[in-house]
Write a protein that binds this ligand. Structure first.
Ligand SMILES: NC(=O)c1ccc[n+]([C@@H]2O[C@H](COP(=O)([O-])OP(=O)(O)OC[C@H]3O[C@@H](n4cnc5c(N)ncnc54)[C@H](OP(=O)(O)O)[C@@H]3O)[C@@H](O)[C@H]2O)c1
Length: 369
């Protein structure tokens, strides 16, 4: 895998880079102001990503109170790359605290948000438009119908979801298929060695329903680079997590030790190990990297220049695994081996014969035999 290869995003014809550029820190306003970058600081990061061959760029109307989109619009125009990039943005967060319809997932806000993003991004279409966060209110039918209208109107090319429960995404995709509406192509979710929650439901769902998962905060905001150490007053280190007191325990520090050990054996920086692991996990279409400088981005882009040997991947998997509990135990080795007799071979059909299905039964039997 490398930056000069492009992969299809979910069940679509859209080709994207295995590392996307996150621009949550482009701009100095709003919620992300504390670690925001000016346009002058953002430009070399953006240029470096393009030079490396990257084409998937992520922003949101909410980032730095709209500045991220505004800066990106200018940088894209300046570089003359609007057609070459796959421009992703999102809507949901309120843009006017006094207006009950200025936030959430409903149609009125959705259409207003698209129009505002188009203006800030200086473009007439968005390549991938995502619902940013589930609002727990708007019916899925309203979102899908509007996405479909926006595709037909040429305002967006593809649609997807971010930060939603797996049942919601499954209902959305099934509803879209049943009613011949534009299907979703992507799910944007948190995923890293310290946060593997989505492996239980979202990843297998994405694989089954044609949704390519893009992983946000693959370095856990910089934690997995190894530059932070715990102190009585929170984390200490040169970056945006400094002074924070995340709810991390022995588990997370154990994962960091495993990343350090693997990085030492391979002779590469810890950030590259953590990113390589995310980008090459099953069902992950692209890891969305954030960078505070072009030098950081450079180091991160080299994360695809090597292969993680199986035994070192196993070391990382072991340190970060979260044993299934309760219901989820029913879907693993012990219980599942009661469902099909061990002598029966159940597995994938040969490549090209049919879409791959998970070979869990065979894998579980060989793991327990
Ligand atoms: N959908 C959502 O809800 C959601 C939520 C969060 C993020 N996102 C998207 O995901 C993107 C990435 O998120 P993230 O910034 O949290 O990702 P991340 O890759 O986990 O963290 C990136 C941060 O780590 C530090 N870093 C990166 N490379 C480094 C290196 N080589 N050496 C030392 N430090 C390094 C930098 O922070 P310092 O500047 O502190 O050094 C950088 O800003 C965002 O820009 C956004 O597009 C989406």
């Amino acid at each position: 895998m490398s930056m000069d290869r492009y992969y299809l995003l979910g069940r679509s014809g859209l080709r994207v880079s295995p590392l996307a550029l996150g621009t949550m820190n482009f701009g100095t306003g709003g919620y992300h102001a504390a670690y925001g970058k000016t346009e002058e600081e953002a430009r070399p990061i953006f240029r470096r990503y393009l030079e490396a061959g990257g084409n998937l760029i992520d922003t949101a109307d909410f980032y730095t109170a709209g500045e991220s989109e505004t800066i990106l619009g200018r940088l894209i125009a300046e570089a003359g790359v609007r057609d070459r990039v796959v421009l992703t943005t999102k809507y949901t967060n309120s843009v006017d605290p006094g207006d009950p319809n200025a936030g959430g997932n409903g149609r009125k806000h959705l259409i207003r948000a698209v129009e505002a993003s188009l203006r800030r991004l200086r473009t007439d279409h968005i390549d991938l438009f995502l619902l940013h966060t589930w609002d727990r209110i708007t019916p899925v039918e309203e979102v899908l119908r509007t996405f479909d209208d926006l595709v037909r109107a040429g305002k967006i090319r593809h649609a997807g979801l971010s930060d939603v429960p797996s049942w919601y995404a499954a209902r959305a995709q099934t509803y879209a298929e049943a009613h011949a509406l534009e299907p979703m192509v992507s799910l944007q979710l948190p995923y890293s060695l310290v946060d593997r929650e989505i492996e239980r439901e979202h990843v297998p769902m994405g694989q089954a329903l044609g949704l390519g998962v893009t992983a946000w905060s693959p370095l856990a905001g910089g934690f997995l680079t190894g530059k932070y150490r715990p102190t009585g007053q929170g984390l200490a280190g040169p970056g945006r997590l400094s002074g924070e007191t995340p709810e991390w325990s022995e588990r997370e520090w154990g994962i960091l030790a495993a990343v350090e050990s693997v990085a030492g054996k391979l002779g590469v920086p810890m950030a590259q190990v953590a990113l390589n692991w995310v980008a090459t996990q099953p069902g992950i279409a692209s890891a969305i990297v954030g960078a505070g400088s072009a030098a950081q981005l450079d180091a991160n882009l080299a994360a695809l220049d090597f292969e993680l040997p199986a035994e070192l991947r196993a070391e990382l998997d072991q340190a970060s695994a979260e044993p299934p509990r309760s219901l989820y135990r029913m879907f693993t080795g012990g219980y599942q081996s009661l469902l099909v007799s061990p002598g029966v071979k159940v597995g994938d059909k040969p490549d090209g014969y049919s879409p791959a299905v998970r070979n869990w039964v065979e894998a579980e039997h060989s793991a327990t035999s």
